[in-house]
Design a protein around this ligand. Structure first.
Ligand code: UD1
Ligand code: MG
Length: 451
């Protein structure tokens, strides 16, 4: 598509009431990313590619998400919900700038691929005024049907307006359309609302194009790619399709998973070579896993980077801001948050490491807790390279453990420990020789006297 400019308009003014949710429909996530972000990221990119989203009134959060997902996206408000063609015209100002190709996609169709949108542009280059994306529906009820005569697309009939004969057609309108951008306004302005719903139907563009003596083309795709989401159960179905795709892509990239169906990935998860992921792992957004890393079973990871040959879990929880260096080891029942662990750091058992920096090779004993919160603010813990923190230590932040320092087990550390020093904070042990044997004898005598 070299040299052709594009404008992609995403329609997202729908109310989404059937989701039964206070969140606008297009902000619901699939694979850790909003429906809207999926669609925006499938849209043409780079110089000459503009993006616009049509939102409903009071949907500032949708506008914010659009700009977060693709900076530079413009937004337009459709004040009254008068149909899909009316929604497109809410972005009239953007259309009037006259891109070569105008793509219209729905914000609730997150599985659409960039490749399909590119495919739709090809007929325009060959002179068509409009490309429609079609699919064979297992159950076409509710979709607009594509009416084809003599191999040519002549119209789209909405479910409510279709005859019994037309309702038997299984070739359906996915909703995505590509217009010759220089003729788009002229076509869109001709769309009326003389139909059973009294709405301005975007699919009526097909009959208009035909009446103008121009060409309308059809590109077909699979039903999975164009699933529209109106309910929570359709949201779950889309998640399943997306997870299947992401797992397949991970396997194709060489990730080892013995039970891929139990591993949940995010759309932006990245993997190096020779990565292994054991069963029942949940990976949220913003995770990168470098070469040779192993994620053991039942781990939960969000916004974290995992270094080469690092090992995580089983049963680990890596929260946002975790960065593991090369060969770092996080063991069972360990939680980390905003924590940088340099190469070779070991936190093998039952610990909480938050707002911390741990230097290379430090060993953090079982049950070590960084006490990072005083009820009002978070404070930092810094542990130097090669330090050894004994088990069951509380590090009361802000606090600094020097490199090479030792902290005795069970200490509550409230003051900084210099490099190579020993810090020990515990009461002196009392030992009484023979005490336990005497105690047992006494108790046994008491018990037999009573029976
Ligand atoms: C639409 C198509 C139908 C197609 C189906 C595919 C029309 C008239 N019908 O039907 O041919 O088979 O999608 O899923 O286009 N929207 C607005 N403003 C409006 C109306 C809709 O922004 O005034 C947005 C919605 O948020 C949604 C999209 O447009 O993202 C489609 O609207 P929806 O009501 O879901 O249309 P369908 O009845 O599914
Ligand atoms: Mg729909």
């Amino acid at each position: 598509m070299t040299g052709r400019t594009s404008l992609t308009i995403v329609l997202a003014a729908g109310e989404g009431t059937r989701m039964r949710s206070s969140t606008p429909k297009v902000l619901h996530p699939v694979a850790g990313q909003s429906l809207l972000a999926h669609v925006l990221r499938a849209a043409p990119d780079g110089p000459g590619a503009a993006l616009a989203v049509v939102i409903g009134p009071d949907h500032q959060a949708v506008a914010d998400e659009a700009r977060r997902a693709r900076p530079g996206t413009s937004t337009f408000v459709q004040r009254e919900r008068l149909g899909t063609a009316h929604a497109v015209l809410a972005a009239r100002e953007a259309i009037a700038r006259g891109a070569d190709d105008l793509l219209v996609v729905f914000g609730d169709t997150p599985l659409i691929s960039a490749a399909t949108l590119q495919r739709m542009r090809a007929p325009l280059q060959d002179g068509a005024a409009l490309t429609v994306l079609g699919f064979r529906a297992a159950n076409p009820t509710g979709y607009g049907r594509l009416l084809v005569e003599g191999g040519r697309l002549v119209a789209i009939r909405e479910q409510a307006d279709a005859s019994a004969e037309e309702r038997k057609i299984t070739l359906c309108n996915a909703g995505v359309m590509a217009f010759d951008g220089h003729r788009a306004l002229q076509i869109l302005e001709k769309i009326g609302h003389a139909n059973s719903k009294g709405e301005y139907y975007l699919p009526d563009a097909v009959a208009i194009v035909r009446d103008m003596g121009l060409q309308a083309a059809v590109i077909e795709t699979s039903e999975d790619e164009v699933r529209g989401i109106n309910t929570k159960s359709q949201l779950a179905e889309a998640e399943a399709v997306m997870q299947a795709r992401l797992r397949q892509a991970a396997l194709d990239a060489g990730v080892t998973m013995i039970a891929p169906d139990t591993v949940y990935l995010a759309a932006d998860t990245t993997f190096g070579a020779n990565v292994t992921i054991e069963p029942f792992v949940v990976i949220g957004p913003g995770v990168s896993i470098a070469d040779g890393a192993v994620i053991h079973a039942f781990s939960h990871i969000v916004q974290a980077s995992i270094g080469r040959n690092a090992s995580v879990g089983p049963y680990a929880r890596l929260r946002p801001g975790t960065a593991l260096g090369e060969g770092a080891r996080i063991g069972n029942f360990v939680e980390t948050k905003a924590a940088v662990l340099e190469a070779g750091v070991k936190v093998n058992h039952l610990s909480y490491i938050g707002d911390s920096h741990i230097g290379a090779g430090a060993n953090i004993g079982a049950g070590t807790i960084t006490c990072n919160y005083d009820g009002f603010n978070k404070h930092k813990t810094s542990i130097g390279a090669g330090a050894f923190v004994g088990s069951n230590t509380s590090l009361v932040a802000p606090v600094k453990i020097g490199s090479g320092a030792y902290v005795g087990s069970g200490s509550v550390v409230t003051r900084d420990v210099p490099d190579d020093a020993l810090a020990l904070e515990r009461s002196t042990q009392t030992t009484r020789a023979g005490w336990a044997a005497r105690y047992r004898d006494m108790k046994m005598r008491d018990k037999s006297a009573k029976t």
